[in-house]
Design a protein around this ligand. Structure first.
Ligand code: PMP
Ligand code: GLN
Length: 383
């Protein structure tokens, strides 16, 4: 392995899922739902295969999907993207992230990540030969917020890009209006590109609304927005994602994407297009169900003795293990499947400053109610 990829030999998700499988534990580590997305969407994919949509689709993605993505962004947020030049279909958000860094960051340029960060960001910065700087989220009441002063201090003359993720994996933080405005003001002032990872855009709880960073003043021309069908329609295995942004930036992403995968899987594209147009009711129901699951798991963790951080969106809730007399989250998560039959992931895996986050572990609540009930019982045995 080349030196710049050596730190990324194995992901925490692979490790903890393997451990969950080996021990038969309930896997609340890796974030994937255990129920399917909308039936009619699955039928469209099945029909696409049966009808012979099995050869390379167009490089930028099928027009039917690019048009549905643009229509959804316009209807939901009032942002208008040209489906031909400003929308690109990718192999999941993961490829979108890597292609954005490869297409827009020169080797040696700096990229600022907000810590803890989704693990692929650091690896993608390394793939691009960039240099990462991290800025921590800070505790704020029951949840977390951005430290705008630290963010400002992390931006230097060589900074090319900020990576922002809201709703946030792993903490479930939904960045507030002041944080978003602060990011936008800084990006405009320092003329930065922004990668805005909004894969959980539809999974915001408690009646709050998602605000796309691209909708803020001065941001449309500098923001590459990443999203994915994975979380919106509960199809993490479909690996169908996309980027939206100004034509010049999307073209840079497309240039890199061509040589990563050339195109994204064909039969999924009309199915996701269908779902974006016809399954918004399903999406709202899923969001409400996930909010209840968030409550169930948060209560179970509290009962078991964890300190629970408030989650305002995503699939995830973070918990403080200090009440159990340890701050070693990695060891705690390695032992948990054997100990009580539940798997989680240590948040230190998402951070450069491991010591700062070692006492926090992440649990996924995107599971059937009976699975969460069983997990709650097992967690209660820790108390
Ligand atoms: N970004 C974030 C914040 C994620 O949690 C994930 C994982 N679902 C991804 C990107 C990758 O998404 P995909 O599965 O579409 O590649
Ligand atoms: N996004 C999911 C998570 O954060 C799974 C990602 C993965 O397995 N690479 O758990």
């Amino acid at each position: 392995t080349v030196a710049r990829l050596r730190p990324f030999a194995s992901t925490i998700f692979a490790e903890m899922t393997a451990l969950a499988t080996a021990t038969g534990a309930i896997n609340l580590g890796q974030g994937f739902p255990d129920t399917d997305g909308p039936r009619a969407m699955l039928d469209v994919a099945r029909a696409a295969i049966a009808d012979g949509l099995n050869q390379y689709p167009p490089g930028p993605g099928m027009p039917v999907l690019r048009e549905a993505i643009a229509a959804d962004q316009a209807a939901r947020y009032g942002i208008s993207y040209d489906p031909d030049t400003e929308v690109l279909v990718t192999v999941g958000a993961t490829e979108a992230i890597s292609a954005t860094l490869l297409g827009l960051v020169e080797p040696g340029q700096e990229v600022v990540l907000i810590e803890p960060y989704y693990d692929s960001y650091a690896a993608a910065v390394a793939l691009a030969g960039g240099v990462r700087r991290t800025v921590p989220l800070v505790p704020d009441g029951a949840g977390f917020a951005l430290d705008l002063d630290a963010l400002r201090a992390a931006v230097g003359p060589n900074t090319a890009m900020l990576v922002v993720n809201t709703p946030h994996n792993p903490t479930g933080t939904v960045l507030g209006a002041a944080d978003l405005a602060g990011i936008a003001a800084l990006a405009v002032e320092r003329d930065l590109l922004v990668l805005s990872d909004e894969v959980y855009e539809h999974l915001v709880f408690d009646g709050a609304a998602h605000t796309p960073l691209a909708s803020l003043p001065g941001m449309a021309e500098r923001t590459v927005t990443v999203s994915s069908a994975a979380k919106t329609f509960a199809v993490t295995g479909w690996k169908t994602g996309w980027v939206c942004g100004p034509a010049e930036l999307v073209d840079a992403v497309r240039t890199a994407k061509q040589f990563l995968t050339f195109v994204a899987g064909g039969p999924f594209q009309p199915a996701v297009a269908y779902a974006l147009r016809h399954e918004q009711g399903w999406v709202a129901e899923q969001r409400d169900a996930l909010q209840r699951k968030r409550d169930t798991l948060s209560d179970a963790l509290r009962t078991a003795g964890f300190g629970v951080h408030a989650s305002g969106g995503t699939y995830f809730v973070c918990a403080d293990i200090t009440p159990f007399g340890t701050t070693d989250g990695a060891a705690f998560c390695r032992a948990l499947p054997e100990r009580i039959g539940v798997a989680a992931v240590p948040v230190s895996a998402f951070a450069d400053d491991k010591a700062a986050w070692d006492h926090v572990v992440r649990f996924a609540f995107c599971k059937r109610d009976e699975v969460l009930t069983e997990a709650a019982e097992r967690l209660a045995s820790l108390a």
